[in-house]
Design a protein around this ligand. Structure first.
Ligand code: NAI
Ligand code: 13P
Length: 336
């Protein structure tokens, strides 16, 4: 059994702590917020972010980063993507050579267009960085409902080591060498989920949702493959799998924020209402930045940006998508 620390005590960090503790590992949860540390110690439950999931006394809760990082076999980085760099920077002095860090957040840094593993490797060059992603809402993992994910790592050895640690009867884990594809799928699906939520909020139907999921995946794969990600990954758990769950689930923070925007809320009012992190808002501009850098068309993601940041009415954005130039469905499947 391994000593594991979860860095970040939101809904996902808390659910993973519960799940890994159940497998018999020794768990510590760290939070930067003193009030959150006290609340978790006192209540043994994150009542705001993951109500109903009881954290046994055997899980240690701390605000001491040194204590959380040192002498742990695995560090699970579960802070929202906007805090990945600052948290990795603070952790760095305590991380030993080859210590394994699994990033479970989903995002792209707006300023640098780095993936989150790029950021961690820049801040903590001595770490062995891996990623875990897939269709996995905290609310269901925290109830032990069957869930599947994929771990991407630089070496098979690390991927299989982590697979053994994370896998149990309710949490099935696959391995993959395509870290980039996994991270891009996880970050970009959140922007499409905002679009799916907006469509729901506007009162559109299942046809619209299916169109956004399918054409959204085309955009993600088009960009992702140009950047070096693999088609198989975009067809897999961290690609289409996560896109489906995020666009369809009642638990999805991004879909819910989109729904509220479709109903007329401003972006900020929607984020305030959801209370937990809405990663698609932070990834949306980065996605456009990547689309420009790699010269790929991403019309849905463009329209989401205009709705979020330029005040474009959501119904107008959908109309503009519908009346775009006529296209062949797959440009690599011509008739000649
Ligand atoms: N909630 C879910 O079901 C899943 C979430 N994720 C990803 O995991 C990441 C975290 O998401 P959630 O746990 O849902 O977020 P959340 O909004 O529930 O939790 C945020 C947590 O971040 C920490 N935090 C706040 N300010 C901080 C700071 N300045 N520095 C460091 N840490 C700080 C706090 O512990 C806070 O509770 C996101 O990237 C999300 O996309 C991935 C899979 C599932
Ligand atoms: O990534 C997630 C589930 O796989 C969580 O994000 P959402 O809550 O927006 O769906």
């Amino acid at each position: 059994m391994a000593k594991i620390s979860i860095i970040g005590a939101g809904s996902w960090g808390t659910a993973l702590a519960w799940m890994l503790n159940r497998s018999g590992h020794e768990l510590t949860i760290w939070s930067i917020i003193p009030a959150e540390v006290e609340m978790l110690k006192n209540n043994r439950e994150h009542r705001d972010k993951l109500p109903g999931v009881h954290l046994p006394e055997s899980i240690r809760i701390t605000g001491d980063l040194k204590q959380a990082v040192m002498d742990r076999e695995v560090l699970v980085l579960a802070v929202p993507s906007v805090y990945t760099r600052s948290t990795a920077h603070s952790m760095s002095i305590y991380v030993s050579e080859g210590q394994r860090i699994v990033n479970v957040a989903k995002g792209i840094e707006e300023k640098t267009l780095f993936t989150l593993s790029d950021i961690i490797e820049e801040e903590i060059p001595q770490a062995d960085v891996a990623v875990l992603s897939g269709p996995s809402h905290a609310e269901e993992v925290g109830r032990g409902l069957p869930t599947t994910c994929v771990i991407g790592a630089h070496t098979r050895k690390t991927a299989e080591y982590l697979q053994n640690i994370f896998m149990n009867e309710a949490f099935r884990v696959y391995t993959s060498p395509d870290m980039l594809g996994i991270e891009l799928g996880g970050a970009l699906k959140n922007v499409i989920a905002l679009a799916a939520g907006i469509a729901d909020g506007l009162g559109y139907g299942d046809n619209t949702k299916a169109a956004l999921i399918t054409r959204g995946m085309t955009e993600i794969a088009r960009l992702g493959m140009k950047m070096g990600g693999k088609l198989e990954t975009f067809s897999g758990l961290s690609g289409i799998g996560d896109l489906i769950v995020t666009c369809a689930s009642k638990h999805s923070r991004n879909r819910r924020a989109g729904f509220l925007i479709g109903q007329g809320y401003t972006m900020q009012a929607a984020m305030d209402e959801v209370k937990m992190v809405v990663e698609g808002v932070y990834s949306a501009k980065a996605a456009v930045g990547l689309a420009q850098k790699y010269q790929v068309e991403m019309p849905i993601i463009e329209q989401v940006n205009q709705v979020l940041f330029d005040g474009k009415p959501a119904a107008e954005a959908v109309r503009d998508l519908m009346i775009r130039d006529k296209k062949i469905e797959h440009s690599d499947l011509p008739w000649e």
